[in-house]
Design a binder for this molecule. Structure first.
Ligand code: HEM
Length: 318
């Protein structure tokens, strides 16, 4: 997003950033008693709003620092330096004659993207690997599919090749069916009275959509508790908001705008992990290293040899 590597856990600033993002995710994920008894809202009894403000401010300050640094670099250079990243694009927009985007807009946009995009993606990756480890023959099928594609493409797999990995795509769908990262989606509110299948939903009521239960409904899915990616090879069900039995990204105008990016990240990372790990080794990483750390390490590992070091560090045998 702004060409900064937040994956190195030894760097103080990236550690501060990760810890703050983690803290915000933790407080926003906790049930808040004030959501059920709105009269308690001003008291913030669990201190959730206060904590989110503290860590939220830390994250915004880090974004400010990054934006200021980039502006400085631009000012000190005669040619407009470009990193070709999201920050560059936004700065170009904001420096136009009639700017529609302020620095405040930018840092809040980054905030939303990081909070909405990190934990959702990493938990999907984590569950996918977890399910595959518990189903070795499915892991082998996924792995063989990637290795075959690598052989056909002379080891060079690009993003556009993802469509040639139907089994891995099915693995991600099945993972999101069983373990949606937002089990109730994001709360919505009815703007007027509406009747759905005989149920009256009154105006202003808060609506939580239980996609976790929908994904395990025996009336819709056969063997709902089993991890069976094959089911998606047989039927054409997608998570793009058209098939209501599978809506981990929501549906309609407010559905997740990061769907395509999330799909690419999940397939690319899971594919990468499957190619460089053996089953037993993967099990050891999951047990030995917190996923949050591991996600960072895998970013580096994908392009080089670092995976070997990571595995050795936790007792693997690459
Ligand atoms: C597996 C990964 C992901 C899942 C399951 C997921 C799921 C969701 C869901 C359920 C919503 C709420 C939809 C609704 O209101 O009904 C949402 C909103 C959102 N997501 Fe994602 N998401 C994922 C990844 C990402 C990524 C990678 C990004 C961006 C980098 C992202 C950015 C957003 C944003 C900005 C919103 C708020 C949209 C709005 O309020 O209009 N998400 N996501």
């Amino acid at each position: 997003m702004f060409s900064t590597d937040f994956a190195q856990y030894d760097s103080v600033s990236s550690k501060e950033f990760k810890d703050s993002v983690w803290a915000v995710l933790e407080v926003t994920g906790k049930p808040n008693v004030a959501d059920f008894f709105p009269i308690l809202k001003p008291f913030d009894l669990q201190g959730l709003v206060r904590r989110e403000n503290v860590y939220g401010k830390k994250i915004l300050t880090i974004f400010d620092r990054i934006i200021d640094q980039r502006l400085q670099t631009r000012l000190s250079s005669s040619v407009t330096p470009t990193n070709n990243d999201v920050l560059d694009l936004l700065l170009n927009l904001s420096l136009k004659d009639e700017p529609k985007l302020t620095q405040n807009d930018m840092r809040h946009l980054f905030y939303t993207l990081f909070i909405a995009g990190t934990d959702t993606t990493s938990s999907t990756l984590e569950w996918a690997i977890d399910e595959l480890i518990h189903n070795p023959e499915k892991l082998q099928t996924a792995r063989s599919e990637i290795i075959k594609l690598m052989e056909n493409n002379k080891k060079n797999i690009q993003e556009q090749d993802i469509c040639q990995l139907p089994y891995l795509q099915a693995v991600i769908k099945e993972t999101l069916r069983l373990h949606p990262p937002d089990p109730f989606l994001v709360p919505h509110q009815a703007i007027h009275d509406v009747e759905i299948h005989g149920f009256m939903v009154p105006k202003n009521v808060q609506i939580l959509c239980n996609v976790w239960a929908m994904g395990r409904d025996p009336k819709v899915w056969s063997h709902p508790k089993e991890f069976m990616p094959e089911r998606f090879l047989e039927v054409k069900i997608d998570y793009n908001g058209q098939d209501f039995e599978l809506i981990p990204f929501g549906a309609g105008r407010r559905m997740c705008p990061g769907l395509n990016m999330a799909q690419r990240i999940c397939i690319a990372f899971d594919g990468g992990i499957l190619v460089v790990c053996r089953v037993g080794v993967a099990l050891r990483i999951i047990k030995g290293v917190k996923w949050w750390q591991m996600t960072g390490e895998v970013v580096v590992a994908f392009g080089g040899d670092v995976m070997g070091e990571v595995l050795l560090a936790v007792g693997g045998d690459v």
